[in-house]
Design a protein around this ligand. Structure first.
Ligand code: C2E
Ligand code: CA
Ligand code: CA
Length: 761
């Protein structure tokens, strides 16, 4: 605070100096003219001519010295830094001239001439009044000036001692008293004015400086006749200079070498045309050495003296730039993998289309999907899944060295853009390179992953004419690979498009099917071949499509799973099969009912509750229902076992469908939480003449029965198969030999038939 007040005082004092020195010109001219006149009138009347000339010379010397001093002050560039010094010099000059004038009363006072005496006193009064005009910015100086002259006049008149001179002394007391009083007021007003000016200037400067700081803004002014640039305080700070006056060369030296020429051109352009120009450039921060981004507006200014300046306003836009950069990378790059994202990839693809058309080039896109990625995520956790994706992204990047582009389109789907290829073979080779990734074992955290990929390839111009279409083609080719058993690659062809259209239509129709009541349940009987009785049925779904007729479940169950409809369908099956069983029960028929449940539905929340509620609503015995599930690796075995246990604890039976095709080995047979194993048709097909199948089926039956499971042989078509099963004590069978799946109405009739007939010849 103290230092600011001192600085303010100093600034005011400096302004005072400037204004006082400005007035010197007039006082020098006026005073010298007055001296000449005085000399002309009084010189001849004075007793000693020598004294008169000495006075005259002395006065001239004093005023010439003051004029010189004034000239030096105006020239001094650092006048502001030596305020006290110049104040002292000015005071010395002013007081010397006061003394010089005072001496006139002694050296050119005409003792015998009253009129001239009055004239001299009036002249001195005029000089004192002149001080009022030339020294108003320093009240005390002006007062001392007047007092010195007055004292001299007064004493001289008293020394003269004539009655007239006494009167004159009194008169001059009035005159000078009046002048002193005026001087007091005038001086006070002037100093107030200076303070006010200083205050407003300081306020403005503070405003500007704060604004500059907040906006990271600064400005500079370059007088085109000099080499120095004058900078605002904030710009000086921003650029790390010590001084506000900087050589223009130093300014350019601070710029990034690549930007210097550009800025020079911009300056030259503004100087030549006078048109404002905006330009961006980079500078090195003199403290940290970091590159900062600056935006600059250049303007040509001409002041009232016709002097031309170049004015530059500079804003530090580094933060804005880095935010822009961040937004750009967020918008164009995938966070996890660092690869281009879908939007960025499509932009590049559009550009590639334009270029390839222009140059008649071919290019390919390769669509890559990690097989069973969901399984990795579910079994090992998302962090592990993320690391797997990163690992694969790095691999893809390593394949794109010749200017190709890799992108992550989302999830576990990636795309490569293969620019300017000569033939299909290049795309073929790249697909093989992608698949080579699977020759390694990826270690993420504590887990070892055996990667598997499905790859689809589409070519421009053969397959599509727009970016969207080409990606779709590659995607379709990839999808076809997945459908065909995964872990391979395929080029897109027309048939894929047809299949895809078909699939899309099927999906759309499937969504309608439940609401339109297009599903039906057919029932395939299950037989006890030891007793030759029909003991139960398996509910099998069919879709009666309005246009395409009856569609078997193999053609739509996997679609329903993919589009997330399988739970709804499963619940529909459970509800309808239960209602049907109740109807049969009401008619006195005792049957078991097997229902197929898809894996996703089985582990879905609320599955057990739904089963229990449905059975209770229909008043069924829990043990009359058997839930058939297939084995699957991707399912969490613990969750699986828990659900089986819950169902079984409540009395509901659980069967493993298609047993033998899944992953369970005979060694885990003992730990399964199930009631029944259904031996897959593929084994039954071989039991007549394939010794391996015979051995397998025999072992499964033996072991299962030994462990207390029921065994059902599926897909029994011939009497020979039946004989084999019967001879090996297989208790239950299902198959066309006895009955295909039939509509519900036929079941009551089938239960009354004699089933002991079919036998091998
Ligand atoms: P699955 O559960 O193994 O059912 C047996 C399939 O084999 C049935 O085909 C049946 O008609 C057929 N089949 C039975 N005996 C013979 C035979 O002697 N020879 C031959 N060649 N085939 C025989 P379907 O009804 O077409 O069902 C196919 C698969 O669709 C079923 O296999 C099951 O996995 C699934 N599925 C059927 N209904 C449903 C359902 O309601 N929900 C779910 N999630 N899946 C179902
Ligand atoms: Ca089944
Ligand atoms: Ca089966």
């Amino acid at each position: 605070m103290g230092s600011t007040t001192a600085a303010r005082k100093e600034a005011i004092r400096h302004n005072q100096n400037e204004l006082l020195y400005k007035g010197v010109k007039f006082s020098v001219v006026g005073s010298l003219a007055a001296a000449v006149v005085a000399m002309y009138f009084f010189g001849p009347l004075v007793a000693s001519q020598g004294a008169a000339w000495i006075w005259f010379t002395a006065l001239w010397l004093v005023y010439l010295a003051r004029a010189l001093d004034c000239y030096l002050f105006m020239r001094a560039t650092h006048a502001r830094q030596h305020v006290q010094h110049w104040t002292r010099r000015f005071k010395t000059g002013a007081l010397s001239s006061a003394i010089a004038w005072s001496l006139s009363m002694w050296m050119i006072f005409p003792t015998d001439d009253m009129a001239h005496q009055v004239l001299l006193v009036l002249t001195l009064g005029g000089v004192a009044a002149g001080a009022l005009a030339s020294l108003p910015y320093d009240r005390s100086l002006s007062n001392i000036f007047q007092l010195l002259i007055f004292t001299s006049v007064f004493i001289r008149l008293l020394v003269e001692g004539s009655s007239f001179s006494i009167e004159l002394a009194l008169f001059s007391t009035f005159v000078f008293g009046f002048l002193l009083a005026c001087g007091k007021d005038v001086g006070k007003n002037y100093i107030d004015l200076l303070r006010l000016r200083q205050d407003s200037q300081e306020t403005n400067l503070t405003l500007i400086r704060t604004t500059e700081q907040m906006a990271r803004l600064g400005y500079w002014q370059w007088d085109l006749n000099s080499k120095a640039v004058d900078m605002s305080t904030n710009l000086t700070l921003m650029l790390g200079f010590r001084n506000r006056k900087v050589d223009i060369k130093d300014c350019f030296a601070l710029m990034h070498p690549d930007d210097q020429l550009k800025v020079q051109h911009a300056c030259a352009h503004v100087m030549k045309t006078g048109v404002d120009t905006e330009i961006e450039f980079r500078t090195a921060d003199t403290r940290s050495g970091d590159m900062r981004h600056m935006r600059q507006v250049l303007k040509l200014l001409v002041d009232s003296d016709d002097k031309t300046f170049l004015l530059g306003t500079i804003q530090d836009v580094t933060d804005v730039k880095s935010a822009e950069q961040k937004i750009y990378s967020m918008a164009y790059y995938d966070d996890l993998s660092g690869l281009a994202n879908r939007a960025h990839f499509h932009e590049n693809l559009d550009a590639e289309f334009a270029l390839a058309r222009l140059r008649h080039q071919q290019f390919a896109i390769i669509y890559v999907d990690l097989d069973d990625f969901k399984g990795v995520n579910d079994s090992y956790g998302h962090e592990c899944g993320d690391n797997y994706l990163k690992h694969f992204s790095n691999y893809l990047t390593s394949l794109t060295e010749r200017g190709d582009m890799a992108a992550r389109l989302g999830g576990d789907e990636f795309c490569l853009l293969l620019r300017d290829i000569d033939n299909r073979q290049e795309a073929h080779d790249m697909a093989l390179q992608c698949l080579e990734y699977c020759n390694q074992i990826v270690q993420v955290g504590n887990h070892r992953i055996h990667p598997r990929l499905s790859v689809g390839i589409a070519l421009f111009p053969d397959n599509a004419q727009t970016a969207d279409d080409l990606v779709k083609c590659a995607d379709m080719a990839m999808y076809t690979v997945k459908q065909a058993g995964k872990h391979s690659f395929a080029f897109y062809d027309e048939k894929m498009a047809r299949d895809n259209r078909e699939r899309v239509r099927l999906e759309a129709d499937l969504r309608q099917a439940l609401d339109s009541d297009e599903f039906e349940l057919w029932y395939q009987p299950k037989f006890d071949i030891l007793d030759n009785t029909l003991t139960g049925v398996e509910a099998l779904i069919r879709w009666r499509h309005p246009d395409r007729g009856m569609i078997p479940p193999d053609l739509f169950i996997s679609t329903a799973e993919r589009v997330g409809m399988i739970k709804e369908i499963g619940e529909w099956v459970l509800a309808n099969a239960s209602a049907q069983l109740k109807q049969w029960n009401d008619r006195g028929m005792r049957l078991g009912m097997a229902v197929n449940i898809s894996g996703d539905h089985f582990v879905a929340e609320g599955f057990c509750e739904f089963v229990f509620d449905t059975l209770r609503e229909n008043g069924l015995k829990f043990q009359d229902i058997e839930i058939e599930i297939t084995e699957s690796l991707s399912r969490d075995p613990e969750v699986h076992t828990r659900i089986c246990r819950r169902l079984r604890n409540a009395g509901v039976r659980v069967a493993i469908d298609d047993f033998g095709t899944g992953y369970s080995s005979l060694s885990v047979l003992g730990q399964l939480e199930v009631d029944t194993l259904k031996v897959d048709k593929s084994f039954i097909d071989g039991i007549v003449d394939d010794p391996a199948a015979q051995l397998m089926v025999r072992s499964i039956i033996d072991l299962s029965l030994g462990l207390g499971y029921d065994v059902v042989a599926e897909g029994v078509e011939t009497a020979e198969q039946l004989d084999f099963l019967r001879n090996n004590d297989c208790p239950y069978i299902q198959g066309y030999l006895f009955s295909r799946p039939v509509e519900a109405e036929q079941i009551p009739h089938l239960t009354t038939m004699d089933w002991s007939l079919p036998r091998a010849a």
